[in-house]
Design a protein around this ligand. Structure first.
Ligand code: ZN
Length: 169
């Protein structure tokens, strides 16, 4: 009887823990960021589209870090995004998108497993970015049940970037 009570009490707790682990604390994608470097431009219209991302203006060649542990699902040279990385988290719930990269970290391949904080690429201005304003375009997508890298619901990364920067300070 006592055991049954324990299960009833703790079951919702396990569910809550599971939900939290699907959205893990992020490592800052750029080292040494301060809150002043973050601007919430998620809702802004850029090139006729809702931006749905945050831009981090950094010198060309600045290392870009994986914000969570996971798997490189796609490396893709796209016309708007330039050199891009699509990283899935360990649970395959979220996709983290890094764009306009100057290049990828040596040896990075589709399927490479990365740890939170690993250098995966370098800031640049490839794609439709202004060559005079190198930056990291960073986005988060909530993946659908099919886990397709090209299909997801954009989630505003701003609050999670603020948390990541605060924790790193
Ligand atoms: Zn952008």
């Amino acid at each position: 009887m006592r055991l049954c009570v324990a299960i009833v009490v703790f079951f919702p707790l396990f569910l809550a823990v599971g939900a939290t682990s699907s959205s893990p604390d992020m490592f800052p994608p750029i080292s040494g960021l301060s809150l002043a470097d973050l601007r919430d431009t998620f809702e802004e219209v850029h090139n006729g589209h809702r931006h749905e991302a945050i831009d981090l203006l950094e010198p060309r060649g600045t290392p870009v870090h994986a914000v969570v542990s996971g798997t490189i699902r796609k490396l893709f040279l796209s016309k708007p995004g330039g050199n891009t990385i699509y990283e899935f988290d360990e649970t395959g719930v979220y996709c983290y998108y890094y764009a306009h990269l100057e290049g990828y970290a040596e040896g990075l391949r589709e399927g490479t497993r990365v740890e939170r904080g690993d250098v995966i690429g370098f800031v640049g201005s490839t794609g439709n970015a202004d060559a005079r304003v190198p930056h990291l375009h960073f986005a988060i997508f909530e993946l659908g049940p099919e886990r397709q890298w090209w299909k997801g619901k954009a989630v505003n990364p701003y609050p999670r970037l603020v948390d990541a920067v605060k924790r790193a300070q």
